[in-house]
Design a binder for this molecule. Sequence first.
Ligand code: NAD
Length: 273
Amino acid sequence: MARMSKGAVVTGSGQGLGKQIARLLSDRGFTVLATDVDLAKAQETAEEIGGFALAVDVRDHAQVQAAAAAIVERAGSLDVWVNNAGVLVTGPAWEQDEAQRRLMIEVNSIGVMNGTVAAINTMKDAGGGHIVNIASLAGLVAVPGEAVYAGSKHAVLGFSLSTAADLHLAKIRNIDISCICPDGIWTPMLHDKLEDPAAALSFSGKLLTAAEVVKAVGQVLDKPRQVTAVPRWRGVQVRALDALPDLALKALPLAVGMGRRTQKKLVRKGLQP
Ligand SMILES: NC(=O)c1ccc[n+]([C@@H]2O[C@H](COP(=O)([O-])OP(=O)(O)OC[C@H]3O[C@@H](n4cnc5c(N)ncnc54)[C@H](O)[C@@H]3O)[C@@H](O)[C@H]2O)c1
């Protein structure tokens, strides 16, 4: 098919970070397919940014593949695929039911695998492209209160880095995979967790705006990078904690206290993301 424009797909782009990433890609001249499990929200995004929308539950590989086919049909090529859809249920794993644990693994981990595989199969013989996987700082370090979520995001890192290596060994050099690992972001995901002590660690750093994370996405689009923590210094900090797990446990009450104070302050202020 003749090349018409650059095509991009963003999963979970009905609200929050995904919506802002879809806007960035549209501003950069991509034809954007906004997808979400909630079609009405995806359509809202598409209308706002001038793209088009499709209902895609990232847990369903057939729906994900249909999105890859739809962008090629509309734009002529798939150049950027952003795996952004994610869910967070807090609490110790033993207090969650099986459905909650399964949901996080299926959306956050298998969803990223589905998107990455569909993108690679579409891009590899068609000029290549860039896959951006939205992981989390929780993909780099232990996060008590968010254990299953952290497990699902560690899977994103392990899978993405290993798949990038497989592409390299297979001499498929026209596809990049970049992971973004943000600290807590002020989006509806965390707004829903303001009264939830188990989510305290998500609030223990300086809360990021979606715009700050979108900026990091823009930077890796310009220059692919396998792992980018946002902010960068938090990436260094959590890797040091990984190396010193006993010290990390001792520092935990301090971090939880900081997070709780931020949660209470945000409740008092009554701010919306
Ligand atoms: N908010 C944070 O503090 C934070 C920090 C680090 C990483 N992240 C990650 O950033 C990404 C975006 O998060 P957000 O804060 O914008 O969350 P959000 O809850 O505001 O938005 C998530 C979007 O994903 C969609 N979604 C949920 N399940 C889906 C499914 N099965 N298929 C397709 N779409 C689905 C939702 O409908 C929603 O539109 C997620 O991967 C999240 O884990 C968020």
